[in-house]
Ligand binder design. Structure first.
Ligand code: HEM
Length: 359
């Protein structure tokens, strides 16, 4: 199976394609790399954002968008965490805007990519405003939880977009999913994809439950392990929420392992067109979820210290991402319809010349 890099190299060495196709491919590759970079930067942003609450820095900057009236405050104490989060968010915001403009300028063959490019910018702006509102309204639970829900949604959206932008697969002759129309999976294969999707959804819901535990102050409601004050359940609300997150964590772990086994079995049977990355993600997910449960317990044992708390959040996002990759890497969604795209005129910079402006 050829990777996009291999395809580009072969094209460059053999001169098999016309220079227009090669350059067009090069442009799409650059946009794709930028989408990957934006997704990775968002994961880093999630990590930086994850340090803010457990270090007690959420209101270290009482105003927004400035911090004590300046964009360059002294980076000490809580301001270091809170303002670093704002800086990281600004970087991701710019990267997202550049991604959207690049998608528009590259005139992608799939029209929906342009709509998605606009949507992703709208989402990042909305998320920024929501972040500001959490500060202005002094961290209400609903807004803080919604902030995490959208952060994870934005991260998932970027993964989806990265798949859609993936060049080369439509060009790769040995790809089992060369075109969307060629993808005719069996009923069982459809079921496998659904199982992966349900596992991803379960992880997302579990992440939101974790956000409620955090923002309703239930993190220390059950200080002992594995039970809550020596009992399986509690009559107190915060402890119930805390234990619900723990039990759900174990349930989700079983779901993730079952989904990963199903996906790997299906890939082995070869009924589904699978990208190598789907196999890697399906191998990774069970390990991630087991470590995640362990880190959850470590966090309780360390009285919600910010280090395990941040690792817990980043692992949660990585787990969600790996299941999405397993799901998207199995189906027609990732198919880049480059091979079916019209050969558009390209300027010196390798960008597509807009209609009507060609000499
Ligand atoms: C699939 C498994 C799990 C996932 C995906 C998950 C995810 C998360 C996430 C993302 C948060 C942070 C939410 C935020 O920052 O707003 C969180 C919070 C939390 N999780 Fe989990 N979790 C899982 C399992 C567990 C387990 C087994 C425990 C066991 C003790 C646990 C304990 C906690 C606690 C105590 C918090 C609140 C931390 C705080 O108050 O700051 N989690 N969880």
């Amino acid at each position: 199976m050829s990777s996009p890099v291999q395809v580009a190299l072969i094209a460059a060495l053999t001169g098999e394609w016309s220079s227009i196709q090669s350059r067009r491919f090069g442009v799409l590759m650059k946009v794709w790399y930028w989408a990957i970079a934006t997704t990775v930067a968002t994961l880093v942003l999630l990590g930086v954002g994850g340090t803010v609450n457990p270090t007690g820095s959420s209101l270290a900057c009482p105003d927004w968008p400035t911090c004590y009236g300046t964009f360059f405050p002294e980076m000490t104490g809580g301001v270091l965490f809170e303002h670093s989060h704002r800086i990281a968010a600004t970087v991701v915001g710019f990267m997202t805007c550049i991604l959207a403009v690049s998608i528009w300028r590259s005139r992608p063959p799939q029209r929906r990519l342009r709509v998605l490019a606009v949507s992703v910018v709208a989402l990042v702006i909305f998320q920024g405003v929501l972040g500001g509102l959490t500060v202005i309204f002094k961290l209400p639970t609903a807004i803080s939880t919604a902030h995490l829900a959208i952060a994870m949604g934005f991260f998932s959206f970027l993964i989806y977009l990265t798949f859609l932008l993936w060049p080369g697969h439509g060009m790769s002759t040995d790809s089992p999913v060369a075109t969307e129309s060629a993808w005719r999976p069996s009923g069982r294969a459809h079921l496998t994809r659904r199982i992966a999707a349900v596992a991803a959804l379960a992880v997302y819901v579990q992440i939101l439950l974790g956000a409620l535990v955090r923002h309703m102050g239930a993190g220390l409601a059950c200080p002992d392990i594995p039970f809550c004050h020596g009992a399986l359940w509690s009559s107190l609300g915060p402890a119930q929420l805390h234990m619900a997150h723990r039990y759900a964590g174990v349930l989700v772990a079983f779901m993730v392992v079952a989904a990963a086994i199903t996906v790997l079995r299906e890939i082995r049977m070869g009924d589904l067109g699978a990208r190598p990355v789907a196999r890697v993600a399906a191998h990774l997910a069970p390990w991630l979820v087991v470590v995640q449960v362990g880190v959850g317990l470590w966090m309780v044992a360390r009285n919600i210290h910010w280090v395990p708390a941040t690792v817990h959040l980043v692992l949660g996002a990585t787990l969600l991402g790996s299941l999405l990759v397993a799901f998207l890497g199995l189906g027609p969604m990732a198919v880049q319809a480059v091979s079916t795209a019209p050969d558009l005129p390209i300027d010196e910079a390798g960008l597509v010349v807009p209609e009507g402006s060609a000499a």
